[in-house]
Ligand binder design. Structure first.
Ligand SMILES: [Zn+2]
Ligand SMILES: [Zn+2]
Length: 204
């Protein structure tokens, strides 16, 4: 697995070069290796990242998405807002998981970088911090994994995964296509959620 390629693609999607994105790519790769799994081609994996929405290290979540294939679009990545740049990766097929999080020394090293200082001062992640991001990112891409992360033992964890639906119906009110499990039967018609709510509001 060429991690630099995932960093390049991830940076394109994330919008700016970002050392936490590199840490996310590395953490996701460590978790997959420890579970002995490849990327989620379908829905084989689920990732839980521990960042809240105000964390400066949001790139960590995008790094995890790109390397594991646990994307927002596949509904395979969720947040436990614990204020940590950590990830739990679940192997659906075997019902087990692993948690990977940066060592305190890794976070300290990140926060000593010129990139971090520039971002913390300006509150922004692009602009002047771009060259500084590239410098810091290279260091995290090449550091040995045991110098960066703590890894839990693999532990059992089974999660329900919904079966995909392939059945589309047409809403009788707005005429839009809606997946059948989301259509509501109302007076012999099938309505999308918004149209059902509109009817209820008119009736109420
Ligand atoms: Zn970022
Ligand atoms: Zn409708």
């Amino acid at each position: 697995m060429d991690l630099a390629e995932y960093v390049r693609c991830g940076t394109l999607a994330h919008g700016h070069a970002c050392p936490p994105l590199v840490l996310g790519v590395r953490a996701g790769a460590v978790a997959m290796a420890r579970l002995g799994v490849g990327r989620a081609v379908e829905r084989e994996l689920i990732a839980f990242v521990e960042l809240g929405s105000d964390h400066y290290a949001q790139g960590f979540g995008d790094g995890v998405q790109f390397v594991t294939g646990c994307t927002f679009g596949k509904d395979l990545i969720f947040r436990f807002p614990h204020g940590k740049a950590g990830v739990r990766l679940v192997d659906h097929v075997r019902g087990r998981a692993v948690r990977v999080h940066p060592l305190p020394a890794t976070i300290a090293r990140l926060e000593e970088t010129g990139w971090f200082r520039a971002c913390a001062k300006s509150g922004r992640f692009a602009g002047d911090s771009r060259a500084l991001a590239a410098q810091a990112s290279d260091a995290f891409l090449t550091a040995p994994e045991e110098a960066l992360f703590a890894v839990s033992p693999v532990f059992p964890l089974g999660l329900e995964c919904p079966r995909p639906s392939f059945d589309t119906v047409t809403c009788a009110d707005c005429g839009e296509s809606v997946l059948a499990p989301y259509a509501h039967p109302v007076e012999g018609l099938r309505l999308c959620t918004l149209c059902e709510e509109r009817r209820q509001a008119r009736a109420g």
